[in-house]
Design a protein around this ligand. Sequence first.
Ligand SMILES: [Zn+2]
Length: 398
Amino acid sequence: MRLPIALARLALLAAAPALTLAAQPPGARGATRVEPGAPCPAGTTEIRPNLCQAPELPAPSILDYRPRSTLVTTEHRVPRPKYPAVDYHGHPGAVDTPEALQRLVAQMDSLGLGVMVTANNTSGEALKRAVAAIRASPAARDRVRVLTGIDFRNVGPGWAEKAVAQLEADAAAGAVGVGEIGKGLGLSTKKADGTRLKLDDPALDPVWQAAARLRLPVFVHTADPQEFWQPIDYTNERWLELALFPGRRYPGDQFPSFEQLMQERDAMLRRNPRTTFVIAHMGWHANDLPRLAKLMTELPNVHTEVGAVLYDLGRQPRAARDFLVRFQDRVLFGKDSFQPEEYPYYWRVFETRDDYFDYYRPYHAFWKLYGLDLPDATLRKLYYENAQRISPGIPKRR
Ligand SMILES: [Zn+2]
């Protein structure tokens, strides 16, 4: 009985060589050869130099491929920062009632936040209400501060005088800075004459200069990640995000280009050297730190903030660490969207030496993060000292 089974096996092997994968030379099963440097055809991948092959099994979509890492390494969860942090890019919702403030301060305590700066352009009566509520709250009095906003609608003759008067009133009412000036400025806001309002429009200079005089830093978000302007093809590293959120696409026939917006922003920063600017989201150059380093070296009035770009810092831990140490006096912590469960990812990236861990939004980043292990002096500046220095109105509790 043993011989026929062995013979049957041999016959099977001869009839179906494709099943004996281990014995096959690479490319034996229908591989495609490509010119050196040429990409593999769609549906195939490079298995040897210039040799592309399709998988034998149907490939999962990028939504469904969720490999479990087998890496065994130490993990350090960091539920709270080493030093109480100032969140300079806060959008925590209403701060103008005792109940809202009570709730917010309780959340801040559990997150290790010392001060929340609300960056919601709160001006005029709304600002006065918020500041009054904060001052009346024993819990929030030293924990919450408010940025004012500038109304960029109808810029034209007479606009600057009104805007400066409002800024002066808001500074007197207790605003500690200006912002977050949204990306609409540059992308879409129109002047009174119907043309696009550019960031470096001279009509805005009196307002930037008033901010300098009033010691109000200007917190400004310009443009968005550069890939949002690129074709949504399979080389775009934000493909999934752009496919999920159509509003993040900036077709060239409807919007100024990324580079044009950067040029206008940089011209504004350059023309107002006495104004302290904080460019949000690391100026959307966290993926190009040499470019940001060049800008910040040229312009000492420029500070930046780390909100919502952790995926770019954490994927280049050595370069990011070097940058944050080099510019340690000019980078502020900020989180942007208020999702309490996301803060600990920041502390872990900044404080640990952990390898290869997940970011909090898979559609942002197809890669893992690594800890930067920042020195204590840099952490203190990033977390609170820089914010306290540039915004005198932010309480110093430490
Ligand atoms: Zn924001």
